[in-house]
Design a protein around this ligand. Structure first.
Ligand code: N01
Length: 544
């Protein structure tokens, strides 16, 4: 459709049908499928390797919180000769998986690594995006497909005096690729989200002293990790096709779905039995595979919280520490912040070399040459400080790029007071541009590879439709964008998500607009909306 110019990679102006930003699950799916359909397509990836978050988040102990059976592509030629060694794969194994995918699908030949996109500007006359990379090269593409994911931009809180600290400090998402030796070191971890929980587990095993700086307890759930023997690996293959078919039909694009709507219709004994069973199965099941009212009704939520709290208290020797990790009053409704999966997170606080500092009691005052000083006057001496402080999640990867749409308007300015985006994939003023796993899509509530494929396939189909009809420009409308946002808000307000200060709500980054940033209606409802759009010839978009 667009003239192909085969000049050397990125150095001169180059014209593509589709330019994809990001080489994680979503970007790779786009590359593979669009190439299959004959589009001239390329991926720009900032890292030297594949995997997106799995490349950057190489901190010790990183692993998936989704079972490997669902956390991979559904293409049989990829899974039939691939095995994870554990039910929940480690970071290094995820990286090996991406190499396997690359080898099977021959992806790298169309991926430009070490290429950070700085800006993108829509050229109305040519109906193309003009994309500039860090090295100054310009690439033109009819369609810009942004696959930057939910965790592309680390959140680094301001800590007074950090430059004075004589030890090393690293954010978990910018962990040195060569690793950091924590053996016999005094390690401090700020943050108790998924990254902090995993860092705490891995550091506690080797550090001379681990200090966990907790602002909000993590209502973490048992992973129930297990090593997969040959029979376990075969069982995964035997059920793979069914699992992949199921992903489009379950709320979170996972291998299970909610058990029912109303936990409170069960007797306490029945409910306990169900929760015990789910606890034993492990994973996020008890959260997005339990009862819907737990996420909607404060009473049902409290029953769940109390069940969780009893379990945690039973594992911690010191009642005062137990109370900080699992307080009598919930810090927020259960599940309104993303629960992490833990293996021995709570147990490490029984070790002599592990200490919990409650930042609600004594906030961090400043960094010193030796460590961190808290408001109670104590100086916590450290050799390594780990910033497990999360991300400017969901929107950060997009707003970090200077994206200028019609009339030179900047995406980051447009979204300053909140995001409006039709189907969570496109927004008025930014023609021929889509984002995957972005704001107002199911992203945060959807198993990554599932939505990379399910939302991704909708995007592929739409681009193919445009080509078939000879349409060279599409744009969302203000009306479609605001109606979609209203739908997200309306569903959100039936849930308890807005009650927590989470990254789901944009509340973890000071100054960021507060709104539920992911579509909370579940994958099937989301896909139905796409299907309606498709049937109507994508009529909510302006096509020309
Ligand atoms: O980030 P987070 P994350 N002073 O935002 C604390 C995915 N992920 O990287 O809760 C002190 O959850 C902050 O405290 P509070 C997954 O979807 C997945 O851990 O705001 N503390 C919080 O405890 C996950 O949900 C995996 O009070 C400060 C922590 O830092 C998402 O990415 C692994 C602070 C940040 O937690 C994000 O997870 C990793 C400050 N100034 C990530 N600022 C797996 O699947 C922040 N905090 C395994």
């Amino acid at each position: 459709m667009v003239n192909i110019n085969t000049q050397s990679l990125g150095k001169a102006e180059e014209e593509l049908d589709v330019l994809i930003v990001g080489g994680g699950f979503a970007g790779l799916y786009q590359l593979h499928r669009l190439r299959e359909l004959g589009f001239n397509v390329r991926v720009f990836e900032a890292a030297p390797g594949l995997g997106g978050v799995w490349y950057w988040n190489c901190y010790p102990g990183a692993r998936t919180d989704s079972a490997g059976i669902a956390y991979q592509f559904s293409d049989e030629k990829l899974w039939k000769d691939w095995d994870f060694s554990e039910a929940y794969p480690s970071g290094p194994e995820m990286r090996a998986y991406f190499e396997h995918v690359d080898q099977k699908l021959d992806l790298s030949r169309d991926i430009q690594f070490n290429t950070t996109v700085r800006s993108a500007e829509f050229d109305e006359d040519r109906r193309q995006w003009e994309v500039r990379t860090e090295d100054g090269a310009i690439t033109r593409a009819r369609f810009l497909v942004l696959c930057t994911g939910i965790g592309a931009k680390p959140h680094l809180p301001h800590i007074e005096g950090l430059e004075d600290f004589r030890g090393k400090y690293h954010h978990t998402a910018a962990w040195p690729q060569e690793g950091v030796d924590l053996t016999d070191k005094r390690v401090g971890v700020i943050g108790t989200g998924a990254s902090g929980v995993q860092m705490a587990q891995s550091s506690a095993a080797v550090a001379a002293q681990l200090t966990v700086f907790q602002r909000t307890p993590n209502l973490a759930l048992p992973m129930q990790q297990r090593v997969l023997d040959d029979a376990g690996k075969q069982a995964i293959k035997d059920t793979a096709a069914d699992v992949y078919a199921m992903r489009a039909q379950t709320f979170g694009g996972t291998e299970y779905d909610f058990l029912g709507l109303a936990s409170l219709e069960k007797t306490p004994e029945e409910l306990r039995e169900i929760y015990e069973k789910q606890w034993g199965l492990g994973g996020l099941r008890i959260w997005v595979g339990g009862f819907l009212d737990v996420l909607q009704d404060p009473k049902a939520n409290r029953v769940m919280y109390d069940f969780w709290r009893d379990k945690v208290h039973a594992r911690i020797n010191d009642p005062a520490v137990a109370e900080k990790l699992a307080p009598a009053e919930p810090p927020h409704p259960f599940g309104a912040k993303r629960p992490s999966l833990e293996q021995n997170y709570f147990d490490v606080f029984n070790q002599d070399n592990v200490r919990l500092v409650d930042l609600r009691e004594a906030p961090i005052q400043r960094a010193t040459a030796k460590g961190l000083r808290t408001a109670d006057g104590e100086e916590h001496e450290l050799d390594v400080l780990v910033l497990a402080t999360g991300f400017d999640a969901i929107t950060g990867g997009l707003t970090a790029i200077d994206i200028r749409g019609t009339g030179g308007s900047l995406l980051r300015e447009k979204w300053e007071n909140g995001v409006e985006a039709h189907l969570g994939c496109a927004t008025q003023g930014f023609p021929n541009m889509v984002f995957l796993g972005g704001p107002l899509s199911p992203a945060a509530f959807c198993n990554g590879p599932s939505c990379a494929e399910l939302q991704g396939e909708e995007i592929v189909q739409m681009i193919a439709y445009l080509r078939e009809k000879g349409i060279t420009r599409f744009e969302s409308t203000s009306q479609a964008d605001s109606e979609w946002r209203a739908l997200v808000d309306q569903i959100a307000n039936t849930t308890l998500f807005p009650l927590a200060d989470s990254w789901y709500m944009g509340a973890n980054v000071p100054g960021k607009a507060r709104q539920l940033l992911s579509f909370p209606g579940g994958v099937p409802v989301y896909l139905q909306q796409w299907s309606d759009q498709k049937a109507a010839g994508y009529s909510a978009f302006e096509l020309s």
